[in-house]
Design a protein. Sequence first.
Length: 280
Amino acid sequence: MEGSNDRRLRPDEVEMILRRASELNSRRWTRDSSDTPSVSPEVLVQVAAAAGIPEQDVRRAMWDMASERTAEPRSFARKFYGPARLRAVRGVERPAESTREYLEGLLRLQQGLKLRRRTEVGSLWDPGDELGVVRRTLDFSGDRTLLKARLVELRVEGLGEERCEANLTADLSNQRGEYLSLAGILGATLAALFLLAGMQSPLFFLGVLPVLAASALGFRFAYSRASLELRRALDNLLDAAEESQPEEGPQDRGDRPRGQIQGLEPIPRFSPDRSKRVEP
């Protein structure tokens, strides 16, 4: 195209062209996959920088891709019930260190989780020992939804001095496994009852498949609701971190002496009158 080299491209045009070029390149190497080339992360960062894409966005995309690949293998449970790992990401207009400390406080005090270990950019949390399982079972208020998760991961990455990205990931593989087991047990029990009843009347054989399907779909719906509640809990935590204000410093005491409560009159100190003595 004549004159196309002199025209500068907008960001949306750069994205569209790079996506199309990647598709064409992928098709060519798919046809001949014997010698597929590989690119190092540093080269990818340099290429993206030449296209005007910041390094932090490229590394975040690489981390997202790696976490999605290693998060959960393909299985029947994932295909039928849904993913066991739920993630919520939010940009927060606060420094990374204060945001991490604030979210860790919410995980500990509000959700009742226990710190397992710290990482370079975050921390890992779980319900704790057997006491945590008991608390999860007896939590009827619904305020500590994250106690149902097997593991909660917090990642906070700085995007500057006054901005960061908070990432919360919850692992629900334990609850999904429980629902899958209960669905199998209940479905098999009901199917066995229908088979026994079918010995007396063949019409009961027609109910074997429906009770199996009803059990599976019922627990699938229950897991969907549990996932929705947990995702809402993750979003609420990030909302709190996004809307919170920096901690205020200690209030000015003015002329108020130490030990006096603001708004209350000081209590007079008792001093006995030594001039009045009781004669023996």
